[in-house]
Design a protein around this ligand. Sequence first.
Ligand code: NAD
Length: 476
Amino acid sequence: MSAIKEPSFRESVDLMFNRAVALMDLPPGLEEKIRVCNATYTVRFGVRLRGEIKTFTGYRSVHSEHMEPVKGGIRFATSVNQDEVEALAALMTYKCALVEAPFGGSKGGLCIDPREYDEHELERVTRRFAYELAKRDLIHPSQNVPAPDMGTGEREMAWIADQYARMNTTDINARACVTGKPLNAGGISGRVEATGRGVQYALREFFRDPRDSEKAGLSGGLDGKRVIVQGLGNVGYHAAKFLSDEDGAIIVGIIERDGALVNPSGLDVDAVQQWLAKHGGIADYPDATHHAEGGAILEEECDILIPAALEGVINISNAARVKAPLIIEAANGPVTAGADEILRKKGTVIIPDMYANAGGVTVSYFEWVKNLSHIRFGRMQRRQEEARHQLVVDELEKISEAMGPQYSLTDRFKQKYLRGADELELVRSGLDDTMRIAYQSMRDVWHDRADVEDLRTAAYLVSIDKVAASYRAKGL
Ligand code: NAD
């Protein structure tokens, strides 16, 4: 047992914030204003289930309203508590600022194990929770816009949107009260995969600059890199799938609730995910070695470690043994402040949560804009773009005909060039651009400032600077 006390999740976020503001020159008082959580609402409500009244406890925390609406997911888990919700809300503030999504930070949670309830029961609980929050404008298109998080997904968001619409029958923007909805209920293409996709784009940008990979003792690109993922849920599954299918990374380990699967020649992410969905666990999956003590696999040899489940999994008790030279925090807060210190001293490079999992809020932002504009992205431009490209292709074909058959355009080129961008392509392009630009802003600070050792501090510096500018502009 280590003698050093592990800080709580919220203390961890504050410690990391403090490390960054010590390097800044903020006016007195502003630092405190940015750090503190503005308000946390706790609600206890009863729902009649299986012949008895069950009481649930939920939270919605608003960290910063320097921009409105505030934004942040709703988590369903038994471990949900005020400290956690406030830490997550603070991270949302910094995350939105870093990726320039025009929101303040918020987060919500309900103490519930969703696996203990059937769909109908969950719907009743979710709607009741949404009612309690909407009644106080803690769900509202222009004030507070939730999204999915651990234990929630499209289905819960659709219930929340419908509940809000029933309570606000004349609000033409009702659908913008929550993001992460299914496509047929006002959602946007590419939202389900967005956070995992963002992790992929983040890693691609990391490997674009050899100075960065060298800091982690790595070289080349993602092809052939050995990856261990913790949590094969929404974020972990999509990140692992895209990295292996599209970038040639090898998923050598997957850690879930009931242990870990290891296969040095690579796991089939889809097959493991289907097994998990069917059997509720990974224990008997055939094509890998199963380790009952899943957490120990966080310490295995690999090039990239992707914690994508829950917070605090890399802490002062195991950080020294973590061998991965590069950790990308797909989950929120998987590395405690104590572990961060240990890893930094070892030279481990950490791509921090506030950036690494910002793909979700980025595409949520696009969904919110889509809901407010009441039109699908690309609907006006797509065919016009195709017609203009057709003009170019026709001209080029005339020229190539005159020049000879060896100059004719390939079918592949024509197919790709002639197709106008649909919503999914536009969403991916917007997400890629956002992840690149945000990374570059961190990278500049990381490389240019001698007093900045790590990407996390760089991320905080960039985001706090933006939040501070926004407060200053407001006259605070
Ligand atoms: P999810 O519920 O879809 O998936 C979580 C996965 O982790 C599940 O497969 C679960 O079985 C597994 N898990 C739970 N406890 C575990 C344990 N002790 N060890 C190993 N695996 C465990 O959740 P998600 O939406 O993928 O979120 C995961 C993390 O990503 C959270 O920290 C969340 O805050 C963060 N995040 C999610 C989004 C999003 O868009 N969903 C966006 C940003 C950040």
